[in-house]
Design a protein around this ligand. Structure first.
Ligand SMILES: Nc1nc2c(c(=O)[nH]1)N[C@H]1C(S)=C(S)[C@@H](COP(=O)(O)O)O[C@H]1N2
Ligand SMILES: [Mo]
Length: 161
């Protein structure tokens, strides 16, 4: 993917926006160290990232007060849903750099979300869209039996619905 062709769109219960790569790089940049928990029980500790805090990114958006949830969309068609409260946490970020190098495509480059407090399937790789919603809609794994929230400390791996 050429970065000149890349973009991140916002729609639904927020004023529609299309961010280019240059727009993303012009936002405040931060460093992060975050652990990463996969649903299949492995964890990666002390991963070094650079990117944009979700809270800084959100300064650019005009959210409809009805928005309670969102769907993350990705190049390739993967989707995963997340509650607005889980998304807006201070420690969440969009990552474009891993250990000082451009984020490799296999790990979600050019841009991925990282949500440290939830299982890794909630951290969309190759992210290209944020759709704000009034209520929960289910993403790819959530439709296929994973828990709708996915808190690793509570071992919320699988849905009991
Ligand atoms: N777009 C997209 N994002 C995704 C996935 C995927 O298949 N597609 N898999 C998820 C799952 S299940 C995990 S464990 C992590 C894996 O991230 P990693 O490849 O950097 O270890 O990405 C998450 N984000
Ligand atoms: Mo996973």
């Amino acid at each position: 993917m050429h970065l000149a062709d890349w973009n991140l769109k916002v729609w639904g219960l927020a004023a529609a926006r299309t961010f280019t790569w240059d727009d993303i790089m012009a936002m405040p940049q931060s460093q992060f160290t975050a652990d990463f928990h996969c649903v299949t029980t492995w964890s990666k500790l002390d991963v070094q990232w650079t990117g944009i805090k979700v809270t800084d990114f959100m300064q650019q958006l005009e959210l409809d007060p009805q928005a309670q949830h969102l769907m993350q969309h990705c190049y390739g068609g993967y989707t995963t849903n997340i509650a607005l409260d889980d998304f807006l946490r201070e420690e969440n970020f969009f990552a474009h750099t891993l250990f000082g190098e451009p984020l490799p495509a296999e790990h979600g480059g050019p841009l991925r979300l990282v949500v440290p407090h939830l299982y890794a399937w909630k951290s969309a790789k190759w992210i290209n869209g944020l759709e704000f919603l009034a209520q929960m809609d289910l993403g790819f794994w959530e439709r296929n039996g994973y828990h709708h929230r996915g808190d690793p400390w509570a071992s919320e791996r699988y849905s009991v619905l």
